[in-house]
Design a protein around this ligand. Structure first.
Ligand code: TRP
Length: 443
């Protein structure tokens, strides 16, 4: 069935593409707003802990499973556990990538519309209150947000259509380093604003009494979302990874890069929120009201603001690519579709699925359980389906696939210790922690 499967042209291309998948709206848009609603320093601490104890090993497991199977998530479970029902886990992950991409693309659309506004100098002289009104006005419309949602998806479709190394590697290679530098510059600017240090303290000082199961689940969901775990994206990227690449070292590097960019975003947004007197628990609109205020304060703010929203949109693109690629590789491998057809079909489905999320911000304030439709989809994905698929994946990797095969993929002479730490985490620690948080938050 599988003949010519794409492969990464270089090791660095793989690192950049996987980092490109991980780094996205999750770091810049989601992390600061979740820290804001989740209680500040204690959330950050729990997040850090989960990245190291759960994120890194799970990324190693997904890469190893993907490379061993050389298939999309459904095919991977079929190949690694023939005759069992494990492939359902793969199917669940394909459905959740459709779900995530549908609202992800709506938010990426907001980023593009902010890019357009910033280039036109559209935020100059706005008061704080006007920033908030502007956000509500932009996202509350019917056609403009849908147009940008469609535009973003269209670009995603074009890149994924070009296939694995051409499209994806190219963009990530340019983006990741430049975005880092711009964020560091902005952090320095923000931290020198009067009042910013209060935000820094709030972000860095953990208040242990604020630790609840809800906080832990939120931090866990954020780890999955930010690292693109629990949904087959990393597994799919691993399936294109050449045999000689060292998985543990790569996984660690990618997780650290992603973590660094999330912390950087937090160190920009949260201090700025305090300096400008915004509400730290404003929710999903947080960066969209805070960033224009930051750029208004900066020299050459229009230039830096435009660059920032451009980079943010491209960062969202490299993540969206990985979400769409999961669905597309499934359709190619398992349903025998041509890449071109698969991409257009999946792209159209995602566009339609995204419509209620987009409309839920305005006059059609569609709500589920008190959340807007978009927020509900976001929480459903990150706090439910991602950890669930993650839990099933570690159980599979730890108990069914077993140590010897995992060792074959993960062991390297350069890092003899990695496997000794990795395996007990995958087999015992992660399932227990995930299971505990998961079930105690449901009941
Ligand atoms: N990690 C990306 C971000 O931070 C989003 C993303 C891409 C994702 N692929 C994923 C999230 C797979 C969960 C699963 O923006």
């Amino acid at each position: 069935m599988q003949k010519e499967r794409g492969s990464w042209s270089t090791g660095i291309g793989f690192i950049l593409a996987t980092t490109g998948s991980a780094v996205g709206l999750g770091n810049i848009w989601r992390f600061p707003y979740i820290v804001g609603t989740g209680g500040g320093g204690i959330f950050v601490l729990v997040f850090l802990f989960f990245i190291l104890v759960i994120g890194v090993p799970l990324m190693m497991a997904e890469l190893a499973l993907g490379r061993a199977a050389k298939r999309n998530p459904v095919g991977a479970f079929r190949v690694l556990a023939p005759g069992t029902s494990w492939w359902v886990v793969g199917l669940l992950s394909i459905l959740s990538s459709l779900l995530i991409l549908s609202y992800y693309s709506v938010i990426a659309g907001w980023s593009i519309s902010y890019l357009v506004q910033t280039i036109q100098g559209g935020f100059a002289g706005f008061t704080n209150q006007e920033m908030g009104e502007q956000f509500a006005q932009l996202t509350g419309q019917v056609t403009a947000p849908l147009f940008y949602h469609g535009l973003f998806l269209f670009i995603t479709v074009l890149v994924v259509k070009k296939g694995i190394s051409g499209g994806i590697e190219f963009w990530s290679r340019i983006l990741v380093p430049f975005f880092f530098l711009l964020n560091i510059y902005m952090m320095i600017q923000v931290l020198s604003l009067p009042g910013a240090l209060d935000g820094l303290v709030w972000f860095l000082r953990p208040d242990p009494t604020a630790l609840t199961v809800r906080t832990a689940l939120g931090a866990l969901g954020q780890v999955f979302f930010s690292l693109s775990l629990g949904m087959g994206a990393i597994l799919t990227y691993g399936s294109y990874l050449p045999e000689e690449e060292d998985i543990p070292g790569r996984a660690l590097l990618i997780c650290l890069a992603d973590l660094a960019l999330a912390i950087l975003a937090g160190l920009i947004i949260i201090p700025a929120v305090f300096a400008f007197n915004f509400q730290v628990d404003a929710g999903p609109g947080l960066i969209f009201i805070t960033l224009p205020a930051i750029f208004n304060q900066m020299d050459n703010g229009v230039l830096f603001g435009s660059l920032f929203f451009l980079f943010l949109s491209i960062a969202a693109l490299t993540s969206a690519i990985s979400l769409l690629e999961v669905v597309v590789s499934y359709l190619i491998d398992e349903v025998q579709m041509k890449r071109g057809v698969a991409v257009i079909l999946a792209g159209s489905a995602v566009f339609i699925l995204g419509i209620p999320s987009s409309l839920s911000q305005g006059r059609f304030s569609l709500q589920i359980l008190g959340y807007s439709f978009l927020d509900f989809m976001d929480l459903l994905a990150s706090d439910l389906t991602l950890p669930l698929v993650g839990l099933l994946t570690v159980i599979f990797a730890g108990w069914f696939w077993g140590p010897s095969k995992a060792q074959g993929e993960l062991d390297s002479a350069a890092r003899p210790l990695f496997f000794q730490i990795y395996f007990p985490l995958i087999r015992y620690v992660i399932p227990l922690v995930l299971g505990y948080i998961f079930f105690s938050s449901i009941f």
